[in-house]
Write a protein that binds this ligand. Sequence first.
Ligand code: SAH
Ligand code: SF4
Ligand code: F3S
Length: 472
Amino acid sequence: MNNNRFSVPSAELEKQTEYKEKVKTVLSSRFSLSFPKAFVHTYGCQGNVADSERIKGLLTEMGYEMTENLDEADLILYNTCAIREHAQDRVFGNVGALKKIKKDKPGLIIALCGCMMQQRYVADKIKESYRFVDLVFGTHVLYKLPEFIYRCLCTGERVFDITNSDGNIVEGLPVKRDGSFKAWVPIMYGCNNFCSYCIVPYVRGRERSRGFSVIVDEVKELVKKGYKEITLLGQNVNSYNKDLANEYRFPALLRAIDNIEGDFIIRFMTSHPRDCTKELLDTMADCKKVAKHLHLPVQSGNDRVLFEMNRHYDRKKYLSLIDYAYSLMPNLSITSDIIVGFPGETYEEFADTLSLVEYVNYTSLFTFIFSSRPGTKAAEMDDFVSREEKGKWFSELTGLQEKIAAKRTASMKGKTYRVLVEGKGRYDGYLSGRTEGNIIIEFPGAEDLIGSFCNVRVTEPKTWILIGEKAD
Ligand code: SAH
Ligand code: SF4
Ligand code: F3S
């Protein structure tokens, strides 16, 4: 389809297959009695989780066994996130702590990748001040992992590759999925929106969509293997195949996946309000397998702030989407992301966010205090409000949402919901699952229900979670 510009030449991929074999040979001669072990930790969003599943797939094919235990690892890899300063600080802290482990185990390979590394100033800092780190690679060269590992193993040199590009699409990488009944399926990569506060377009490259039939085939395969929940991923799924004819765009993709035979649920994220159409909402309402949950990040309820954020919609457009969505799906669960304290935001403007939150009646919110990201437009804007003041606004917002959520969950008492059971609950003998609306529900039940759908009646709604009992 339209992906040629982003395809990696097949000769390059064949080269990596050769490297994979070479690494395997080196490792099997160095580790004759046991398998070499790799510890992979992921920060950030589900897009990163999906990348890590490919990293683990490649490592497994090279002969590594995965471990959850840092101390027994022969390779430690952190897949990092750059979205907020706090996220980066945590990574620097955790990487610093690896220095001692490396000292005690000189053969250990320490690798860092992901969005944070795609920023030159970060890679430079690692190069100069974290000399025990062996390998740093950015988001556009993940598929070259076999070559990088080979060079680390055989030359002993430090390897840095943060090649910048518009990005690529590499199909056919092995995937070692974390779960056996929930799967992440990226449908597009990168972002073209350049919201003024956001680092993602700089570290993930231009928006590009995977092929329609490649995605449908992947989901078919997952359903055949028994996966019960498929989450379609992208920074802005609504603009999937934006340049192509209607029959290949996101609503069509949802319909095609909904038509796949089998008992499973479809989720997607994230939807950008700019590209969220009535057609998409109609499709959600029509498709039985699509969860009636919409994550539609608003960021702010004030038009001036939305304009400065470069979001390309206003309060009116957002609320008209919400009204339309509720008119089609009265029980729809809507969630959002909100940034508090964008540069220049006044309390009066923030109050517009509060009133919007009240109007929409969200199930839950992801709330963030603005974090200045070097290289973005917002980082250059004047910011007059103190951190302390922003903290107060933040608490006001979370306090309001808590009341809304409590009211929403209270209204669920006595009702029965279909739940995908995900694991053990917090109390002995309890299981934990999620409703279609993405609310956690815990109820007594046998562990063999994990990974299957189950009807659960709500007996005791708490603010953020529900307690229930199995119903027929
Ligand atoms: N593509 C998604 C968002 C991905 S990032 C979308 O546009 O909706 C997830 C969330 O992190 C964003 O929705 C935003 O609320 C928050 N975020 C991004 N950059 C931020 C920053 N610089 N400071 C604070 N929050 C930020
Ligand atoms: Fe960032 Fe905006 Fe792109 Fe979302 S749509 S990833 S917030 S630039
Ligand atoms: Fe973070 Fe990169 Fe995702 S910056 S939120 S891991 S796209």
